[in-house]
Design a protein around this ligand. Structure first.
Ligand code: AP5
Length: 216
């Protein structure tokens, strides 16, 4: 099964991508996580990507396209994958089509997570992540039991550098300019679905499962 999950920053792609991957027995390929790992590991790619990410801008297409091709053709992706954060513009969508074609693969579903802008800012500015295991919390919607500590592993919680309010505004602007056109790009495809995601995590998840089964 090959799924693309797309939507604005804070729509819930990461949260739902993890759950869906577990439910469908496929891997979750989150572009932002791959880039943040490269930054933490201080690879040459990570060092190049950091400035763009901290400013809320996109990392160059050739960098992310190369990283994705490696992942979707790896043995770990043999049962399928769910892509989160890729493609993020029409150039990347065309590159994905070409890669899939070359490896004799098809997309089963492209889902757009639709969330109103005021909620996005609230979700992003309240997000907390565990430095050790990466698990996500939210200050109001899903707070940790002990302030600053991960419920799962006791690791330290932190706020992403790009979740400051000025950077969030820039990310939403870049989304409107570059990613929103993907709606036109995919909307005529029979496997395209929109899921309203202004509601709680469990309800969004149920809607996504229905949408994916319906498209497949
Ligand atoms: P990336 O990490 O992909 O960031 P993003 O797309 O901005 O998405 P987020 O991770 O911020 O949000 P999300 O939709 O995953 O929401 P989440 O589930 O965490 O990319 C970061 C940067 O990397 C980019 O800005 C760019 O620089 C670079 N990059 C990445 N991909 C690239 C590409 N293809 N090309 C070029 N550059 C690229 O949820 C957010 C919060 O809300 C959490 O706290 C969560 O608990 C909470 N929440 C989620 N769902 C709900 C709900 N239903 N109700 C209540 N709370 C909820």
């Amino acid at each position: 099964m090959h799924i693309v999950l797309f939507g604005p920053p804070g729509a819930g792609k990461g949260t739902q991508g993890d759950r869906l991957a577990e439910a469908f027995g496929i891997i979750h390929i989150a572009m932002g996580d791959l880039l943040r790992k490269a930054v933490t590991d201080q690879t040459s790619l990570g060092l190049k990507a950091k400035a763009s990410m901290d400013a809320g801008k996109f990392v160059p297409d050739d960098v992310v396209i190369g990283m994705i091709e490696e992942r979707i053709t790896a043995p770990a992706a043999a049962n399928g994958f769910i892509l989160d954060g890729f493609p993020r513009n029409v150039v990347q969508a065309e590159a994905l089509n070409a890669m899939l074609h070359e490896h004799d693969l098809d997309l089963d579903c492209v889902v757009f997570l639709d969330v109103s802008e005021n909620l996005l800012v609230e979700r992003l500015s309240g997000r907390l992540l565990c430095r050790a295991c990466g698990f996500g919390f939210h200050r109001h919607y899903s707070p940790p039991r002990e302030e600053g500590r991960c419920d799962r592993c006791g690791g330290e919680l932190y706020q992403r550098d790009d979740d400051r309010e000025d950077v969030i505004v820039q990310r939403l602007h870049v989304y409107q300019e570059q990613t929103a056109p993907l709606l036109d790009y995919y909307s005529h495809q029979p496997f395209f679905r929109t899921v309203s995601a202004d509601i709680g995590v469990d309800e969004v998840y149920k809607r996504l499962v229905l949408a994916i089964k319906d498209a497949g």
